[in-house]
Design a protein around this ligand. Sequence first.
Ligand SMILES: [Zn+2]
Length: 248
Amino acid sequence: MIQDTHAHLDMMEEDKIQEMLKKANEINLDTIISCSTSFSSNQKNIELAKKYPLIKAAIGIYPLNLIELNDSEIERAFNYFENEIKNSIAIGEVGLDFKYSIKEEEQEKQKQILIRFIELSKKYKKPLIIHSRFAQRQVIEVLEENKAIKVQLHSFTDSQKLMQKATSLGYYVSCGMNLLYNPEVQKNITSFPIEKLLLETDSPMIFNNKTATPLNIKSLLDKLSELKKIPVLQLEEQLSKNFHSLYK
Ligand SMILES: [Zn+2]
């Protein structure tokens, strides 16, 4: 069986989700983690997870969205997470995004809230699904300093050096749709230990002019098999094993 470890099903039309779920079985897809980005997105993902057994909710707030929240809204968010953590498989999509957040105070706010998410992860033993755009080195620093334990670094395939650092801390790296067409990512994945790898589609984001769907996990698996020279079935087994050791 295979898992899509990072998607945003709350951003898909429900009839499209149902259509996709009907075909999941054909490609052995047994789990899709739907990551949350805002208040309404958390509610929607928890709802989807209750309705469809294949879907698991990750709860959290996207780093750029939390910049807009004031202190009392942040308190409200964390109360909500404490209450809803039982309905979730993980905490995500959380982390740092310094692409559109260039002011130092905003970056500091993101870091402080990431630290709270790390505490939440440790308290309830739930993995963190980490976003790190333009902040890959800084994310690793915050995770290491705060002794995060269960970590999936989402789409963390740009730097061999940082990928290696991540594995040395016991973290997992997930690889997305750019594996299909980005030679740099292909190269980095080829030399990355398969025991620390997960796959994700980030659906319904657009890659190479196409809207991703969790069913694309099959093309990722095939591509990985070609790059790693490991038979698909064996790969599927290994990736499932990785998934279950992080998400147990
Ligand atoms: Zn995402």
